[in-house]
Ligand binder design. Structure first.
Ligand SMILES: [Zn+2]
Length: 294
């Protein structure tokens, strides 16, 4: 097991915390979508963020959508309760020069836009909330979202280190959240610790595990749960057909008029689906039957 998520409880102070390590999932996404270095860093951070938010899930999945005024335009990351991750960026080929040896994720996303968090518990209960971006760096935006929108004061760090050849060396993150019992001096203590700690990717590159990094910040911890994570796309022919049906009668007829199979490519994993003309005719029938029932 290489990629994983941990849920931890510090023994000495009153917080709850989560950590993720996902270099393989981010590298898989990079290869499947041919992501540029800055797109890899942005998607990797978003995937780490979605993984952290999925830690509490007993069922369903969580989505993070970031829409900004930068050249990437949109980043989408999804994590489900079983540890399956997937995500995409709207413009995977955006190249921006590093600034102070760091890939400028904030610039690529843009500082104007919004972050949208959707929690789908799989029982027709979907919770959705969004907030304006403050930096486009993702960790800061996510912490701000959790603090303001969900009213849980949170500290978040997300990091991706990309090698010279574009491959992923490190990817991970942590989230530390206030509990109702957290005292003011504990918050002050945490803030000081977070100021002192070196960048997450530096620590990971030195070989530190995410649990060791959390221990450096929080003191002794108890690991409540370890969950393995992986990049796995949830696309399939059924979903593709549903998406085609959702296009409606007119669109399906114009596809049919082209007289050749329709080709649909999954934006997340690159899988190509071919839908024959006879199947499109069947989908039209299904659409008509459903309309008849309404
Ligand atoms: Zn797919």
């Amino acid at each position: 097991m290489r990629d994983y998520l941990i849920r931890v409880l510090p023994k000495e102070i009153n917080f709850r915390a989560f950590g993720v390590y996902i270099p393989e999932a981010v590298e898989t996404a990079r290869r499947l979508q041919n992501l540029s270095p800055v797109a890899t860093a942005a998607l990797g951070r978003a995937l780490a963020g979605a993984s952290l938010l999925s830690a509490d899930l007993k069922f369903g999945r969580v989505f993070i959508q970031i829409i900004g005024n930068g050249p990437l335009r949109e980043v989408l990351a999804e994590a489900d309760y079983q540890g399956n991750l997937r995500g995409m960026v709207r413009n995977p080929q955006v190249y921006l020069e590093p600034e102070n040896k760091k890939l400028p994720v904030g610039k690529a996303i843009g500082s104007q836009g919004f972050i949208n968090v959707i929690r789908d518990f799989g029982l027709k209960e979907v919770y959705q909330s969004s907030i304006e971006l403050i930096s486009g760096e993702i960790a800061e935006d996510l912490a701000y979202y959790l603090t303001v929108s969900e009213q849980i004061p949170s500290a978040c760090s997300l990091g991706v280190l990309v090698d010279i050849d574009g491959s992923v060396l490190q990817a991970g993150g942590f989230l530390i959240q206030k509990l109702p019992t957290t005292a003011d001096e504990e918050i002050f203590f945490l803030e000081e610790k977070l100021k002192q700690i070196r960048p997450l990717t530096t620590l990971l590159q030195e070989g530190k595990k995410i649990e060791e990094i959390l221990e450096e910040i929080l003191g002794e911890i108890e690991i409540l749960e370890t969950r393995s994570l992986r990049f796995r796309c949830s696309c399939g022919i059924e979903r593709v057909e549903e998406a085609l049906i959702a296009l409606g009668d007119e669109e399906l007829r114009s596809l049919l008029a082209e007289g050749k199979p329709a080709e649909v490519t999954c934006n997340f994993c690159g899988q190509v689906y071919q839908i024959s003309t006879s199947r499109i005719e069947e989908l039209l029938k299904i659409l008509k039957e459903r309309k008849g029932h309404v």
